[in-house]
Design a protein around this ligand. Sequence first.
Ligand SMILES: NC(=O)c1ccc[n+]([C@@H]2O[C@H](COP(=O)([O-])OP(=O)(O)OC[C@H]3O[C@@H](n4cnc5c(N)ncnc54)[C@H](O)[C@@H]3O)[C@@H](O)[C@H]2O)c1
Length: 334
Amino acid sequence: MANHRPVRCAVIGVHNIASQHIPVLHALPEAEVVALCDVDPAPLAAASRTYGVAQVFSSVDDLLAWGEFDAAYVLVSVLAVAEVAERCMRAGFAAFIEKPPGLYTADTERLARAVRETGAIAAVGLNRRFYSSTLAGRAALLDTGDVLSVTVHADEDAGSQWHNPKFPPEVAARWIYANSIHALDLLRFFGGEVANVTPLRRRRALPNPDSFSALLEFESGAVGRAVADHFAPRGAGHRYEARTATAVLRSESGFDRVILERRGQAPVAFELTGLDRRLKPGFPGESQAFLRAVRRGEPAAFPSVTLDDAVGTMRMLDAITGAEAWAPQQRRLV
Ligand SMILES: NC(=O)c1ccc[n+]([C@@H]2O[C@H](COP(=O)([O-])OP(=O)(O)OC[C@H]3O[C@@H](n4cnc5c(N)ncnc54)[C@H](O)[C@@H]3O)[C@@H](O)[C@H]2O)c1
């Protein structure tokens, strides 16, 4: 597309997370929200009023038939994401796809195939990569040498999701894919491609395994450790630590602040900066990168999460959880 005008964005699914994405799109001069779409009339009417977007559609069919946009923001309920995203890409539109792109790896692989077959520009919303604190901290860490080890905790009170009426049991059962993916993806963000995973799984309190520990080897030779205890209260939650030979970077406060410690030097703190301070952290950066890719007509570049990249993270999750073997699969698309 010509790169002098804003990217015309259609937002599909205008409820919870859309209320964080749309203000970001409004804040970015390179984006224009031209249409909203939701199968539920109540959030559709509310979002139309709140954001002053008159063009609304109650079905993806009608939106695609209209077609006066460049990129779809696919922010629909977890189980609908893969199907809606694939339809948008196969209809010729770029797609920003909230995580998880597919609840099952096979669904995400299918989206990656759609990208290859259509040339669609696409990015997945694993926004923890784009926290300004983490991006600056990672750059400073890499100045000290290669990453040699990464430890990520994705501890959560997943049991509460089994009682949350918002989520079907299938989503609660695969909560590690639906949500913990945010933190566990940072293993690959810091460590690169995973060569080998040695998992240890236990079932403590939930119907499926709910305690995951794994040792990872990266292709670089670095090692990783993944911990996701999903039983009991949440504890310290999502966090990471990455080391070079002379430095360690660790997150605090849910990634809002990261600390770099180097031998013989005072620790340095990296805080949220820019739009991350007033909007949902990571959302401005991930959208800016996606919109840049759309304007240039080029695939989104690291740290953006392409569909192939997302497949890599989901295969890593499969190796950690063994979940393909135990989760209910009644809604698999392929
Ligand atoms: N990046 C993050 O931090 C983050 C946080 C929360 C949610 N999410 C992700 O965002 C997505 C949406 O989550 P949410 O909490 O906003 O869900 P939600 O249920 O609050 O809203 C989803 C909306 O999509 C609509 N919808 C469902 N199927 C549709 C379809 N086929 N066509 C059009 N509209 C449809 C629903 O009516 C609903 O209004 C999920 O994939 C979720 O995992 C990401």
